[in-house]
Design a protein around this ligand. Structure first.
Ligand SMILES: [Cu+2]
Length: 140
């Protein structure tokens, strides 16, 4: 290797590594941007951590074969064994997705920090594994 060029290449590589490291730090902990995938019958990932009260951008891809929805339950409520009509009054936010959908939407995170249940409200889907957690944390 040419001895005068090698240090320049090393410096460039170091700068790139540093830039990547800084980007990685910015995405740790809670995030106002969430990406996840729906399949039959799961959310991947099934746990999200978001900052309280902030505008959250969700990017959802539907890789399954049947319609699903994404429901965030109100604080302190859970659907229990199955999601039924009575649970409808406890919905904080929801959206419907069809197979093949790839959508970017936004909603405002709850002000109350804590763990919120997320699930698919279609009959039988919660029992099949379409359930997860939304963790809301206080941000200074
Ligand atoms: Cu579903």
């Amino acid at each position: 290797m040419n001895k005068t060029i090698a240090p320049k290449i090393l410096l460039t590589l170091l700068a790139m590594i540093l830039a990547l490291a800084l980007t990685a730090c910015g995405t740790s902990g809670s995030s106002a941007r969430i990406n996840f995938k729906l399949t039959d019958f799961a959310f991947t990932p099934d746990q999200f951590t978001i900052p309280a009260g902030k505008e959250i951008t969700l990017h959802i891809t539907h890789d399954g074969t049947v319609a699903h929805n994404f429901i965030v339950m109100k604080y302190g409520t859970e659907a229990g064994e199955m999601f039924d009509e009575a649970d409808g009054t406890n919905i904080y936010w929801e959206m419907d997705l069809q197979p093949g959908d790839s959508k970017t939407v936004s909603f405002t995170a709850p002000e109350q920090p804590g763990t919120y249940q997320v699930l698919c409200g279609h009959a039988g889907h919660l029992q099949s594994g379409m359930v997860g957690k939304l963790i809301v944390v206080d941000q200074q």
